[in-house]
Design a protein around this ligand. Structure first.
Ligand code: ATP
Ligand code: MG
Length: 675
């Protein structure tokens, strides 16, 4: 590998392989590039075994991209032996191997938000059915505690004495107990349990410390206490710990991220070498100037002098629109213009949104205009009810202790196991301290279960046990799942639902998509197992589309529609930031204690710095709220962008001249055909 594509500071960072190293630098200065080149240098020039390297980042997408770039430098076979992963997938791997030490079984389930909410709702009801405290408020507190590595016994002193806090304090120990008896862990446990494992079992920790001689973390500014502790422990033996990040891009304070981790790195790791990068290679001078001036309004930050040798480029466009539809059309018109006239690709465009609610209008208008797009985020595929129901079968088949999913499917599709029978079974399980599934298997012997119900329960048991054997026999995952869904009559149940035919058809297709996803997984993995598939599903980025939409398969070239949060680390030639208004950016919640305006400004900085050539900011005079038009004000951040780098653009005025549209369509067609 040659180092000629790097500047001298970048080279220094690549060559400084031993000891702690901090690379603190602004957006687009090549931090991620340094990480990939450093890995390549270790493997290529220093003869380090690929297995001894660990590179961690925040999203699966970023991890995949990193692995691709490394493969480009050292070849695929070596790249695949390097552990490049997210915090969660790293911890999942560790736990699959070592969780039995903590008394769980290695086929544990990973609970996502909806499973957690179900469980917490039940626990709140047990404690005080009249409390009216929402499960997600309690869940939020528990998750916050876990991010701070606080187990139930230490939670009390941490909690403020409000009602939600008091409820969370009562629920948390019960919640952990239930999870354990269901052989399940939640997303935050993934990290907290590994830290516990390392703390309580030094020999296990030593094994992982020994293995990972070189550790790198990208986007380090967004680590929370749990992630920080995990990495610090892992790096404990060799101390070759390289972190890269930008305090100005810390946007997960609301999930417990602590910028102190990066700002105090030299305190945490005495003798750390610090390198700064100051040249931006991504954006035009106008875009960079806008970003630099906006972020300077934040107080607590390390001043950076980010400069570019690139051209001034086009000024930022500021577009005043009438309403949300008008705004979406203004964006689409520009995209079509660029594709038709400037020969840009659809994928050169990204639309970055602050809230989920903004997505709908964009989706509608993009579809109407027949512009291909991919949505990252929004309602995830695996969050849909019919998908969760179908997956619940698979999850229960893998883990017979998983009671949240067992209860989800016990009488769905309806099979004559009514509420009374279910309650009876649950009570017997609690009274006898026996897992629910054991009780269900001998339901016939229970007092109070009538013959009809007993038959229904017996049928369910037989079905599950047969399928469990089927999946265990290995191979044929997709086919076995398809048979299962047919046997339980999922499609017929969906057809009985009172909904439009179109929506019902879509739900049925979604269930079919699970089978397709299984087939894809089987085709790609050496030794496919049902639990391996479920793990992949559980670890999908919260902002990653779970299943590729048909449009995406057809059109690899598509406009990207995503949240500002998930755009971190990425870059696009033309970026649109709609909703440049008070209430969106900064978000109206930023006045409360969870979000703060400085964090919103950093989010704005992240958005601006995604753009390479052109940035368009849009705002509307009014938006509909509860059926009424509500006037809107432009974002305070707009006034912070110097006037000389921006200019007002007409809403329209990018009208396509005749013939353009055709050109763009045939262009797209050519690209689809693999021109
Ligand atoms: P972010 O803060 O947004 O994550 P980053 O600091 O990680 O940004 P990279 O994504 O690594 O920056 O690099 C930004 C762009 O600059 C990429 O297109 C990269 O290829 C390019 N780049 C980085 N360093 C150089 C260099 N020395 N010469 C030319 N291009 C470079
Ligand atoms: Mg980066």
């Amino acid at each position: 590998m040659s180092l000629t594509s790097l500047n001298s500071q970048q080279c220094e960072a690549v060559l400084h392989t031993e000891g702690p190293l901090l690379l603190l630098a602004g957006a687009g200065s090549g931090k991620t590039k340094v990480v990939t080149h450093r890995v390549a240098h270790l493997v290529g020039a220093r003869g380090v075994e690929p297995e001894q390297i660990l590179a961690v980042t925040f999203t699966n997408k970023a991890a995949r991209e990193m692995q691709e770039r490394i493969a480009g430098l050292v070849g695929r076979s070596k790249a695949e032996r390097i552990q490049v992963s997210t915090f969660h997938s790293l911890c999942c791997r560790i736990l699959r191997t070592d969780i039995e030490t903590l008394g769980y079984k290695s086929n544990f389930s990973i609970y996502g938000t909806s499973d957690q909410q179900r469980l917490i709702k039940d626990l709140i009801n047990n404690i005080d059915p009249a409390s009216g405290i929402p499960a997600d408020a309690v869940l939020w507190k528990i998750s916050d505690a876990k991010n701070r590595l606080l187990p139930p016994e230490k939670f009390g002193s941490f909690m403020a004495g409000d009602l939600v806090g008091a409820m969370a304090r009562a629920v948390y120990p019960e919640y952990q107990k239930s999870l354990k008896s269901y052989n399940a862990i939640d997303f935050d446990d993934l990290i907290m349990l590994v830290v516990r494992l390392f703390t309580e079992f030094p020999a296990v920790e030593a094994r992982y410390q020994e293995r990972f001689r070189y550790i790198m973390v990208d986007e380090y500014q967004d680590t929370n206490l749990a992630q920080f502790t995990l990495m610090r422990r892992l790096a404990g033996k060799w101390g070759n710990f390289c972190v890269v990040g930008d305090d100005d891009q810390s946007i997960y304070g609301w999930r417990g991220a602590d910028p102190g981790n990066i700002l105090d790195f030299e305190k945490h790791f005495p003798g750390a070498h610090v390198i700064k990068l100051e040249q931006n290679y991504r954006s035009t001078a106008h875009i960079l100037k806008a970003a630099n001036t906006v972020i300077r309004h934040n107080n607590k930050r390390k001043e950076k002098a980010l400069w570019t040798a690139g051209v001034a480029g086009e000024k930022l466009g500021v577009v005043r629109c009438i309403d949300a539809e008008d705004e979406a059309r203004a964006v689409i018109e520009r995209i079509r213009h660029n594709v038709g006239r400037k020969r840009m690709a659809y994928r050169d465009h990204a639309i970055l949104l602050r809230t989920n609610a903004q997505t709908l209008v964009f989706e509608q208008e993009l579809r109407f205009a027949e512009v291909p797009y991919v949505l990252i985020g929004g309602q995830q595929f695996f969050d849909r009810k019919e998908v969760k129901d179908a997956i619940a079968y698979l999850r229960f088949i893998v883990n017979p202790y998983d009671e949240v999913n067992l209860l989800r499917i016990l009488n769905y599709p309806r099979r004559g196991i009514g509420r009374t029978t279910a309650d009876l079974l649950i009570r017997a399980s609690i009274a006898g301290r026996e897992p629910l599934w054991q009780v269900i298997r001998k339901a016939r012997l229970l007092e109070g279960v009538n013959a009809k119900a007993a038959d229904a329960v017996g049928g369910f048991v037989a079905l599950i046990e047969e399928r469990r054997r089927g999946f265990r026999a290995g191979g044929r995952l997709a086919a076995t799942a398809m048979e299962l869904f047919a046997t339980i009559g999922l499609e017929a149940e969906l057809r009985r639902e009172p909904d439009s035919r179109e929506r019902i058809e879509r739900r049925i297709e979604n269930v079919q998509e699970i089978v397709n996803a299984l087939a894809t997984y089987e085709g790609r993995v050496g030794q496919p197992t049902l639990s391996g598939f479920l793990e992949k599903v559980a670890l999908l980025d919260r902002d990653e589309p779970g299943s590729e939409s048909k449009e995406k398969k057809l059109a690899q070239d598509a406009v990207v529609l995503m949240s500002l949060h998930s755009s971190k680390g990425l870059e696009f030639p033309h970026v649109f930031m709609p909703g440049f208004e008070e209430g969106f950016l900064p978000h109206r919640k930023s006045v409360s204690d969870v979000f703060d305006v400085d964090e919103e400004r950093r989010l704005c900085y992240v958005g601006i710095t995604r753009a390479r050539e052109k940035l368009t900011l849009l705002h509307a005079d009014a938006r509909m709220k509860y059926g009424k038009a509500e006037p809107r004000e432009t974002s305070r951040f707009l006034a912070e962008i110097p006037e000389e780098v921006r200019r007002e653009e007409a809403r329209a005025g990018f009208q396509l001249v005749e013939g353009d549209e055709q050109a763009s369509l045939s262009d797209l067609f050519a690209r689809l055909m693999g021109e």
